[in-house]
Design a protein around this ligand. Structure first.
Ligand code: PLP
Ligand code: COI
Length: 360
């Protein structure tokens, strides 16, 4: 099977520069989309074909499309940043391509080759380059995704899929700047169990999380923290972010048990923290450890990390049985130092010593 090249079908009705600039002043997160998208089809026996860069537009769908019924769908999230010399670069697109392949394997879907994943993102960014915000931590968020397009109600892996990349200018995921979030420890609902789909970036994981997120909001919390499915006490991750626990100059993130998402920000921070002289480890932490170590002062900071949310401090914790302020409730020094190091690297203000930036 040959790798298709991406054919351009430009939009005849892009937004005007003035309309686009008005959006870029305050893009929010995931509310506005650029003028184009890349689509690539996959058909059993034929492989990947018909790669096109087309105007961003609604899709028409048969009511018996298998995704609508059985949710064979996966996605990714990565960002493109304007560099000081005016060029644009994405952060670790290869890692996203590889996670997309691993999600595809778990969901019985075809694997998109890494080169095609990166070429699709690059083609879209180049075409809609004017949508890459200018400065600070603003970025162009890319959302590659794939879903079954076969029509039918039989429960089995589909024989046709569509891969799409869309792009959306992104400001802060949590509006209001770096403000610590309050978290709800979910003891009733579980996100994922060993052997399930927790390590895959698949829509169903997010659908299943929403009722717990609503429960967190009912308790006045911003985000839900997921615990393990068996003992309901081992910390796993948050709704769209991984977690880090800071013990002075040692940072610890929950180990990958198979039921949490292997975050690319999480992985990058293990390295960045070591570069900055911290000890960075994967480990296991219970809700009791969290409460006790916060009380005795050894657990100095907790933060969440992810592509959309960058690094966000955790300021308070609540569950059915407990309620505490994390540290003094303010963003911690290590959290903010790591946040700056990560953003400086992504925006080209720190040397890319690990070869993570992909220049377009
Ligand atoms: N955990 C979940 C459930 C997520 O959806 C995300 C976001 O992609 C993350 C963690 C963080 O992953 P990454 O750093 O690759 O964005
Ligand atoms: C991301 O950080 O890219 C995510 O996918 C998190 C969320 C928007 C689902």
């Amino acid at each position: 099977m040959t790798t298709p090249t991406i054919e351009l079908k430009p939009s005849s009705t892009p937004l005007s520069a003035a309309e686009r600039d008005a959006i870029l002043v305050s893009p929010g997160f995931g509310r506005h989309f650029t003028d184009h998208m890349v689509t690539i089809k996959w058909t059993e026996g034929r492989g990947w074909h018909d790669a096109e860069l087309v105007p961003y537009a609604p899709l028409s769908m048969d009511p018996a499309n298998m995704t609508l019924h059985y949710a064979q769908t996966i996605f990714e999230g990565l960002k493109a940043y304007k560099q000081p010399d005016g060029t644009v670069a994405t952060f670790r697109p290869q890692a996203n391509a590889e996670r997309f392949q691993s999600s595809a394997r778990r969901m019985a879907m075809p694997e998109l080759p890494t080169e095609l994943f990166i070429a699709a993102c690059d083609a879209l960014i180049k075409q809609d380059r004017a949508w890459v915000p200018d400065s600070g931590e603003a970025s162009l968020y890319l959302r590659p995704f794939m879903f079954a397009t076969e029509v039918g109600l039989g429960v089995r892996p589909a024989n046709e899929f569509l891969f799409i990349v869309i792009a959306s200018p992104a400001g802060a995921y949590f509006p209001g700047g770096v403000k610590p979030v309050s978290v709800w420890l979910s003891e009733e609902y579980v996100r994922a169990a060993k052997g399930g789909t927790g390590a895959a970036k698949t829509g169903g994981n997010y659908a299943a999380s929403l009722v717990a997120q609503a429960q967190a909001a009912e308790h006045g919390c911003d985000q839900v923290v997921w615990l393990d499915a068996v003992e309901h006490r081992w910390i796993e991750e948050m709704g769209g972010m991984n977690l880090y626990f800071v013990y002075g100059d040692r940072i610890v993130t929950p180990e990958l048990t198979g039921s949490l998402l292997p975050g690319i920000t999480r992985d990058s921070l293990l390295t960045i923290a070591r570069d900055l002289g911290y000890t960075a480890e994967e480990g296991r932490i219970t809700t009791e450890d969290w409460k006790r170590d916060n009380e005795n002062g050894t657990l100095t900071e907790v933060f969440a990390c992810g592509t959309a949310a960058v690094i966000t401090p955790v300021g308070s914790v609540k569950s059915e049985r407990a309620n505490w302020t994390q540290g003094n409730g303010e963003p911690g020094e290590v959290t903010m130092k790591l946040r700056k190091a990560l953003l400086d690297l992504q925006t080209g203000h720190n040397a890319d010593t690990h070869g993570w930036m992909h220049q377009l």
